[in-house]
Design a protein around this ligand. Structure first.
Ligand SMILES: *Cc1c(COP(=O)(O)O)cnc(C)c1O
Length: 406
């Protein structure tokens, strides 16, 4: 497998317009523009503030439980040609996934800006759960927009969010899933400008969100770099992560983008197969277009109507992709592949049995790809895979699939 890389300083992007090459930007209604400019300005200030950095580090360490371990998966490695497979264990974070890294960051920013009310969108409920958690911690009002279909599918997370004091607003428009919830959250923000902050859950949306979310999630890659050098005295050969909107992946990838010897692979959800209509592979099968205020690869029909995404994993079920990934694909810096529902389930079972780790279905897609990638692995190949979530939330979907009645 050939990885072509041009000489680009990947840490110089986005540009001042929030563009990654031709992707990204800020294509929003006039009413939204001043809000985004304010967030951008305040974020630039916060980035330089020592107090903000100290707060962030404090909650990363004492509330989330960072740094997350870098774990050598010995039995899996043996099975894969005696290579060296490491899991970056962000599934051990408080609330069970990487989402909270970003929520802590954005909500600390909201507090700095004096905002008292937080709105968020959620699909599977992981971002809603992390947002509700941090809002409880900081005594902020929390409103979560969630597609009516997803509310039905994700009962445990809905219940948890309610326990934490969040107000869940069902969204019935469109297909009543994540993209519709995001539209409603944006609408709420515009109508409640003065006291409200919108916390986006992935590296999507209008500038500065893709950059801001990436920066907060980059803690994953920063820690990984130190940990792998300590363990192996060199950088990894391959980085691997699953892609929904792309935040856990960029979090791991970003600090390595200029290390051109490191091969980087993102894995999308192929659902029932990328040649069927039921998948979520925006980069492999989509075309560039506009969604949620940015220009990026999307699943769309010939008239530009956004298509429904499908995946066994609700967290990968987004018809778009963060604009930076669209650009990383076009520059050739990152290669994107996909795994099907059935392959993810097999990888899920293997991980439970070989490593005693019950992974979320999302990283099971990345693991499934690694199994297919076996022929490229040799005795000395070092791979770091982001274990971005744990499987507790998925036991209902999985038991159904296995025909087991809980
Ligand atoms: C939300 C979620 C994803 C997908 O979001 P990204 O922004 O692509 O990371 C992946 N894995 C888990 C565990 C999630 O909760």
């Amino acid at each position: 497998m050939k990885f072509k890389t041009k000489k680009i300083n990947f840490h110089k992007f986005p540009d001042e317009f929030g563009r990654f090459g031709k992707f990204g930007g800020r294509f929003v209604a006039e009413t939204l523009m001043p809000l985004l400019l304010e967030v951008e300005k305040e974020y630039e200030k916060a980035k330089k503030s020592k107090t903000f950095k100290n707060q962030l580090n404090y909650y990363f360490k004492n509330y989330i439980g960072r740094p997350s371990p870098l774990y050598f998966a010995e039995r899996l490695s043996k099975k894969l040609n005696n290579s060296k497979i490491y899991f970056k264990r962000d599934e051990l974070n408080h609330t069970g996934a990487h989402k909270i890294n970003n929520c802590i960051g954005q909500i600390l920013l909201a507090k700095r800006m004096g905002k008292k009310r937080i709105v968020a969108e959620t699909g599977a409920g992981q971002h809603g759960l992390a947002t509700a958690t941090v809002c409880a911690l900081f005594d902020l009002k929390c409103i979560v927009y969630m597609g009516a279909t997803d509310i039905e599918r994700q009962a445990p997370n809905v219940f948890k969010m309610k326990l934490l004091g969040a107000d869940i607003k069902p969204v019935k428009s469109g297909t009543a899933t994540l993209k519709d919830a995001m539209n409603e959250a944006l609408r709420d923000w515009v109508s409640n400008v003065s006291d409200t902050f919108y916390v986006i859950g992935t590296v999507a949306g209008p500038h500065p969100y893709p950059m801001m979310v990436r920066d907060f999630q980059s803690i994953i890659g920063k820690e990984t770099k130190q940990q792998i050098i300590k363990a192996e005295n060199r950088l990894p050969d391959v980085l691997l992560a699953c892609i929904g909107g792309g935040s856990n992946a960029l979090g791991l990838f970003y600090p390595f983008l200029n290390e051109t010897k490191v091969k980087i692979i993102g894995v999308e959800a192929a659902g029932k197969g990328i040649n069927t209509k039921e998948h979520a592979a925006s980069l492999s099968k989509g075309k560039p277009g506009f969604l949620h205020g940015n220009y990026t690869y999307l699943l769309q029909d010939n008239d530009g109507q956004i298509l429904d995404a499908h995946s066994i994993s609700a967290g990968l079920d987004y018809p778009g992709i963060g604009p930076e990934h669209s650009w990383l694909k076009e520059t050739g810096r990152v290669k994107y592949f996909s795994s099907k529902d059935s392959e993810a389930l097999d990888a899920f079972k293997l991980c439970c049995n070989l490593e005693g780790i019950i992974p979320a279905l999302e990283p099971s897609h990345a693991l499934a790809f690694l199994l297919k990638y076996k022929k490229n692995l040799t005795k000395n190949t070092i791979v770091v895979m982001n274990m971005c979530g744990r499987g507790d939330k998925d036991i209902f979907a999985i038991s159904k699939n296995l025909g087991v009645d809980l």
